[in-house]
Design a protein around this ligand. Structure first.
Ligand SMILES: Nc1nc2c(c(=O)[nH]1)N[C@H]1C(S)=C(S)[C@@H](COP(=O)(O)O)O[C@H]1N2
Ligand SMILES: [Mo]
Length: 199
């Protein structure tokens, strides 16, 4: 008979409190799914704010930058987690180096199609795991999951991972985004269950 401490199941350490693992990939957002023409001539990514060199990237420009793979787990505030996602894209910190941040840059505001916005501290944007992803599971993102480019900020609840990204703003001041203004927590750490702003 074994009276030792029962070893915790690996997933127990890996999944934040009150999350359930799913093998599907749910689609969640406010507003409409944008559809772009195949050549993406109407799509670009603007980088502005507290930077030395504001920039406007075409999708081709981004594809010419170093490409990075990231494998991580995502946690949606509605309660599902999806493990072992394989993303490919550009390291968020690479974009920051290209535009050269001013010392005043302390927050990052991600702007999506239709004016949808989310905010995070600069340190979180600069983490090694934060990507601007164009692929998931070896395939180009589908329109529903953010084609052609989405943020992936895996250490925060998944609402911070803006789909259909169109602009990155480096800001001196924090600017709560769509969900953050509508009652969600401003930071959203899933390990501390920072779900709502009054938690
Ligand atoms: N542009 C945009 N990005 C968004 C959202 C949104 O409404 N608009 N919703 C967020 C939320 S709440 C979640 S949980 C994830 C869902 O991503 P998925 O549909 O790829 O699972 O996207 C995030 N990114
Ligand atoms: Mo969400």
């Amino acid at each position: 008979m074994y009276f030792g401490k029962v070893k915790k199941k690996f997933d127990g350490d890996r999944v934040p409190p009150n999350q359930n693992v799913t093998t599907t990939f749910p689609v969640l957002h406010a507003g409409n799914v944008p559809y772009y023409q195949q050549d993406l001539k109407d799509w670009d990514l603007k980088v502005f704010g507290e930077v030395e060199n504001e920039a406007l990237f075409t999708f081709d420009d981004l594809m010419k930058l170093p490409q990075k793979m990231g494998s991580n787990d995502i946690h949606c505030v509605t309660g599902w987690s999806k493990l072992d996602n394989e993303w490919e894209g550009i390291a968020a910190s690479d974009i920051a180096s290209i535009v050269k941040l001013k010392p005043e840059a302390q927050f990052v505001i991600l702007h999506s199609e239709e004016g949808w916005v989310t905010n995070l501290p600069l340190d979180d944007f600069m983490r090694e795991s934060t990507l601007l992803a164009h692929s998931h599971g070896g395939h180009q993102l589908t329109p529903e999951h953010g084609y052609p480019l989405r943020a992936v900020v895996p250490h925060l609840y998944f609402w911070k991972s803006a789909k259909w990204l169109r602009a990155i703003e480096f800001s001196k001041v924090d600017k709560p985004g769509f969900w953050e203004k509508n009652g969600y927590h401003n930071y959203g750490n899933p390990w501390k269950e920072e779900r709502l702003s009054w938690d």
